[in-house]
Structures are given as structure tokens and as C-alpha cells.
Design a protein around this ligand. Structure first.
Ligand SMILES: [Zn+2]
Length: 300
């Protein structure tokens, strides 16, 4: 699956016109949260459900899914899987309005397109859809058909060469834009023993001091990515690592008042704000160059 994603991205990068298989439909149910939930909710609203599109599956959303499944002759298990998605999505094109259009626009925004999710399929949405489809080797039209929906919603967005510092399911997106105390960096609230991952390929140096505690400095792309307060290292000093590779386990060592992962970006002696970098990786869009990250505005 990971390999297939990488291959697909390489093909896109090479400008190939061949369409890769669409990413799998996500399963939405139980305690799911995230953009795929929001899209399912918008589509259910289009079908008349009285629910909020808040990105969280609660009892009302589950009841709405079951009612929709029953009406469609599907097994009413309350989980939006491939069959339910297939019945839920609908063809949309220029001029359409409504909740389903908002669902599609919400996904276009997630994929980095500048679209206002206002429920009106106007020229800006049409050009975003055409660009999105072209990027994925689909016919260059503004029609959002089932395959386009699957590309919009399906799969976990991934950016070649980059990883979040924690597995994607660990924290919601909202944790990646929080300001840091007193200087540019970010504190990610996770318990001791959570796997910390290399954000990109590079070379690691281990830290052991009273401030950072057990930490790792990952040198890559002309920058240093600083991880602090590990309970345990998982790499040797001087090791070469790949994006997404386990480098340590989070903890509470050094100057820390509770378990969390401190993450910073430094170039020379200057600290840069990591928030925009992390949000881009979370959203599956190419992150800004570390040197372009702001050096203020992300601390209090
Ligand atoms: Zn910190």
C-alpha cells in the first residue's frame, strides 16, 4: 500500500497520463473523526439527514448512516464502507448547489485548492476539480463522478518524502497549529511511549541534556528538526533515517512538566515555526521549505 502510493506519486511527478488505481474508500463509523467523516456528513445532509457536518461520528450520524443504508437495501451496520460510499456519492458539475457540493469543496481545500466551501459549484470550483483530476490522470473535466469522489475522499493523504512526527491517527489536525510557550516550536500532547517518527530523510544526532532530555536532532534539507523529552531513543547517533522511520519513544525527560513531544525546526541558531510544515504534511500537500517558515507568530 505504501509502495503503491509512492509509485503513484512518482508517476504523477513524471507527468504520466496513466491513471493509477483510485485509493481505497475509508471506513467511517464508530469513533471515526476527520475530513472523510465531514464529507460523509455533507452527503448525508444532501440526502436529507438532520446532522451537523462536524467531522465526528456521534449517535446522530450513526443513526443517519443506518437509515440511509436501510433505505438503499444495504446492511444497516452504521459503517460507511465501499458499498455505502457508492450509494452516497452523486455526480456533480458546474452549476450544482447544495450540501454535496460543500462536501466536495471541503475535500478540494484539504488537497490544497483555494476554494470557498459555500455549496455553489462556480468557476473556481470547476477549475479546481479539473486541475485535481488532471493531476491524478483522470479526464480533464469539471465532472465529479464516483471515481473523482474516491480520489477526493479515499486514502490517507501522503506527501512523498515527508511524515508527521507521530503516526497520523495519534492526534487530530487541530493539535498541529497550537502555539508554543516562549519561542517558535510546538509541543504535541502524547503519553509516554508513543512512537516518534522522522519527518523526512536525514542524519540523526542524539541529545542527552537537562533541557531537551533524551532527544534527537535530525539534519535534513538544510535544517535541523529537533525532538525532545523522549523516554527512549530508537536510533544510534549518526544513523541515516527515512521519512516515517521510528527514531524514539515519547516521554517526559529533561525540562518537561508532563509527557509530550517537543518538536522544533532550526536553521543555524534561528528557530522557525513548524506549524505550517506539520499542517501541510497532515493535509497531504507539499510542505513549505523549512527556510520559508516564519520565525515569529507561533509562541505566546
Ligand atoms: Zn516545547
Amino acid at each position: 500500500m505504501l509502495l503503491a502510493t509512492v509509485v503513484a506519486m512518482v508517476m504523477i511527478g513524471a507527468g504520466s497520463a496513466h491513471a493509477a488505481p483510485a485509493p481505497a474508500w475509508p471506513l467511517v463509523g464508530g469513533d471515526s473523526t476527520g475530513p472523510e467523516v465531514t464529507s460523509a456528513q455533507y452527503l448525508l445532509r444532501q440526502r436529507g439527514a438532520q446532522i451537523d457536518a462536524d467531522g465526528i461520528v456521534g449517535p446522530k450520524t450513526q443513526a443517519a448512516v443506518k437509515a440511509f443504508q436501510t433505505a438503499q437495501g444495504l446492511t444497516a451496520d452504521g459503517i460507511v464502507g465501499p458499498k455505502t460510499w457508492g450509494k452516497l456519492v452523486m455526480n456533480l458539475d458546474s452549476g450544482a448547489t447544495g450540501e454535496a457540493v460543500k462536501g466536495a469543496q471541503h475535500q478540494l481545500v484539504r488537497h490544497g485548492y483555494q476554494v470557498k466551501p459555500d455549496g455553489t459549484f462556480a468557476a473556481s470550483t470547476a477549475s479546481a476539480v479539473t486541475a485535481f483530476k488532471t493531476k491524478h490522470g483522470l479526464p480533464a473535466t469539471s465532472l465529479i463522478d464516483a471515481t473523482t469522489w474516491q480520489w477526493l475522499i479515499g486514502g490517507t493523504p501522503s506527501v512523498a518524502g515527508w511524515s508527521l512526527p507521530l503516526s497520523r491517527a495519534t492526534l487530530p489536525r487541530s493539535e498541529y497549529d497550537d502555539p508554543h510557550h516562549d519561542y517558535p516550536a510546538i509541543d504535541l500532547p502524547v503519553g509516554t511511549g508513543t512512537r516518534a517518527l522522522a519527518v523526512t530523510a536525514g542524519t540523526v544526532a542524539l541529545v542527552n541534556d537537562s533541557t531537551c532530555g533524551r532527544g534527537v536532532v535530525l539534519s535534513a534539507n538544510g535544517a535541523r528538526f529537533v525532538y525532545c523529552h523522549f523516554s527512549q531513543h530508537a536510533v544510534a547517533s549518526g544513523a541515516t533515517v527515512q521519512a516515517g522511520q521510528l527514531i524514539g519513544y515519547t516521554g517526559n525527560t529533561g525540562n518537561s512538566t508532563g509527557p509530550h513531544l517537543h518538536f522544533g525546526v532550526k536553521i543555524g541558531s534561528t528557530s522557525h515555526c513548524p506549524q505550517r510544515l506539520l499542517l501541510a504534511i497532515y493535509d497531504g500537500v507539499a510542505p513549505p521549505a523549512p527556510s520559508s517558515l516564519p520565525t515569529s507568530g507561533c509562541s505566546y
